[in-house]
Design a protein around this ligand. Sequence first.
Ligand code: ATP
Ligand code: ATP
Ligand code: MG
Ligand code: MG
Ligand code: MG
Ligand code: MG
Length: 267
Amino acid sequence: MAKSKYEYVKEFETDDRMLRNVYVLVRIDGKGFHKFSQTHDFAKPNDVRGINLMNHAARCVMNELDDILLAFGESDEYSFLFRKSTDLYQRRESKIVSTVVSLFTSAYVYYWNDYFTDLKRPLYPPVFDGRAVLYPSEVEVKDYFAWRQADTHINNLFNTSFWALVEEGGLTPKAAEARLCGTDSKDKNEMLFTEFNTNYSKLPAMYRKGSVLLREQILKDEDKDAIIPTLPETLPGSKSAKVVPALDTATTVPGLQSGPDPISGSV
Ligand code: ATP
Ligand code: ATP
Ligand code: MG
Ligand code: MG
Ligand code: MG
Ligand code: MG
């Protein structure tokens, strides 16, 4: 069939196929979730319904895209690690990122009412953005996840202290922020313990350290050196590979399990 005279416009598309034989990491993050969580009355600092819904949406993504080895979630973000040899969409960046973001977002809305049972659907459509980053070796991949998990720790310790001061201590948000200004982790742990009778290290691991989804699979030859078997044990600061109760076992999808807890102990 002859080409139409319009077809030249296709040539304006750019080739965004990503470098071969490196890890592809896709991170999604909720847009304006500070407001979204307020509008939907999320419990502070951690609404377990919100976390479980994020985990469910991430599981849908992993279920659809076989090349994702593991995923890490905290707050309104999720990171997905693809195997080095993935040839999904010929490694075209926009196809991969947009598919992950779209599937995650639609699953978040589709399963909303399973978690927020008193509200049929969100009050307005939630939005997630996404990006892809390439990492050449296990070293950067491990540091990436250590970075995200350190972020979880810092934010959660701050938020836990902040909301204790506001909700139990009766401080205004401004006064709570001023009170926490210049404090380090030790100060916050101490304050929670002595003033609010809270042992921070006893709070659920899913709040303190995020959620991990790990695919159980026979590794393909070229992925023999993939990070799955070593990541949980060898991340900095790791003492033991505890299992994070990231998922309700009753709803676990075959092939996926709730994963190990990469970092233990307080940072
Ligand atoms: P941006 O659009 O730049 O990402 P944002 O408002 O989404 O802005 P983030 O830095 O991504 O800001 O932070 C996400 C916010 O969502 C956090 O401040 C947190 O208060 C809220 N949030 C997300 N998940 C939960 C949850 N499960 N429980 C309570 N609050 C949550
Ligand atoms: P790919 O994943 O490669 O995009 P695809 O199955 O989505 O594959 P497309 O070339 O995008 O294939 O074509 C979309 C298909 O969806 C069409 O073949 C058409 O049959 C179907 N479709 C889309 N919208 C409608 C509609 N409103 N009514 C009937 N069929 C539709
Ligand atoms: Mg963002
Ligand atoms: Mg956000
Ligand atoms: Mg965020
Ligand atoms: Mg199509």
